[in-house]
Design a protein around this ligand. Structure first.
Ligand code: NAD
Ligand code: AKB
Length: 318
């Protein structure tokens, strides 16, 4: 067994919406063999599994995770395996098990193998009592189980940093909009599905009200933010490092549908709220990312129009 830590990178949940693009970006930056993609699902044709090493791994299996870290000289773990809000609220026990248990398992492996950890949080940490433009240090009283698991994730990351000096970092991602992989069962999935519907049938039944405003970000910006945070000097990071608010977009479902209608002739959208409306209503409209800007220089590049253009180009294959 080689000594840990090495220079290699391990990604959990690598077949998901973020993993698909993060693995691609990390392999471009570090070389395909340096990035070990893992997921509980097997895959023979997913790019994360075909463009470099792939291992089927349940993140709850701490002994296999630790062994993989040692055997592959891992120095950095990007922990993306989780259940998102809509799936999580349908199965709260599994959500707690995977999200809290999985994060604990990754942090333990990191402690044993001396690796750094990126573990994302979410705007779901905020509850209905937060200001509609949520500050970094708002009280965190989420009303979803998913949000509770994300608050626990931030707490565990702070605990492992303070007690065991594990270098932990995270971002409170807003809803992420991308086309290379399907969205994974969240409340913000409408902002992805709407593009596929517009270019497919030309109609979308949106599952939140037209005036629902949420923080969102195009995936290219999310990947850039993730890698920038992991490259930032540890000395520059303050007490928010387990879950930074970052500057991002903020638009209503109606504004998104209108931006698409301006570009896709004949596109129609109905608003037919379901149980996900309540989760969206419990989250802020926007978030204040000034601390991330000050500490590691975060500035997004895509505005709403640029994101809509990029999504339509990407799905059309232009
Ligand atoms: P996703 O659902 O698309 O992917 C998650 C992956 O984890 C899936 O491929 C799934 O097979 C895998 N997985 C589930 N249980 C596992 C287990 N026990 N062991 C190993 N793998 C397992 O999710 P995503 O959108 O890529 O999100 C990644 C992370 O980012 C999550 O922590 C999520 O909470 C967070 N996040 C995502 C968004 C977003 O809009 N996508 C927003 C905020 C936060
Ligand atoms: C979800 O909707 O569950 C995610 C998130 C904001 O955490 N996209």
């Amino acid at each position: 067994m080689p000594d840990a830590p090495g220079d290699n990178i391990l990604v959990t949940g690598a077949l998901g919406q973020i993993g698909t693009e993060l693995v691609e970006a990390l392999r471009e930056a570090h070389g395909p063999e340096s990035v070990i993609a893992t997921d509980i699902r097997e895959s023979e044709d997913h790019p994360s599994a075909t463009n470099g090493p792939f291992i089927t791994l349940d993140v709850l299996d701490n002994s296999s995770l630790t062994q993989v870290c040692f055997e592959h000289g891992i120095g950095e773990i990007y922990h993306l395996a989780a259940l998102l809000s809509a799936t999580g609220e349908r199965n709260p026990e599994l959500c707690r098990k995977v999200n809290i248990g999985g994060t604990r398992s990754v942090l333990e492996a990191a402690r044993t193998c001396f690796t750094r950890v990126y573990s994302p949080s979410s705007i779901a940490v905020f509850g209905p009592d937060s200001p509609k433009q949520a500050p970094q240090d708002a009280e965190l009283n989420p009303t979803t189980v998913y949000g509770e698991t994300k608050v626990s994730g931030e707490e565990m990351a702070r605990e492992y940093l303070a007690k065991f000096s594990v270098d932990t970092r995270g971002i409170r991602y807003p809803g992420l909009v991308s086309y290379k992989a399907p969205a994974g069962g969240g409340t913000t999935d409408y902002a992805v599905e709407i593009f596929h519907a517009a270019l497919g049938s030309g109609h979308y039944d949106c599952f939140v009200r037209s005036d629902t405003r949420l923080p969102m970000l195009y995936m290219d910006d999310a990947i850039r933010a993730t890698i920038s945070l992991m490259r930032a000097s540890s000395d520059s990071l303050g007490t928010s490092r387990a879950g930074y608010n970052i500057s991002c977009l903020s638009f209503t479902a109606k504004e998104l549908a209108e931006a698409i209608s301006e570009r896709v002739e004949g596109f129609t959208c109905n608003f037919v709220p379901d149980e996900r409306q309540a989760y969206a209503d419990s989250w802020p409209d926007s978030i204040d990312g000034s601390i991330a800007h000050r500490e590691w220089g975060w500035v997004p590049e895509y505005d709403l129009n640029e994101m809509v253009d990029a999504m339509l180009r990407g799905i059309s294959g232009d």
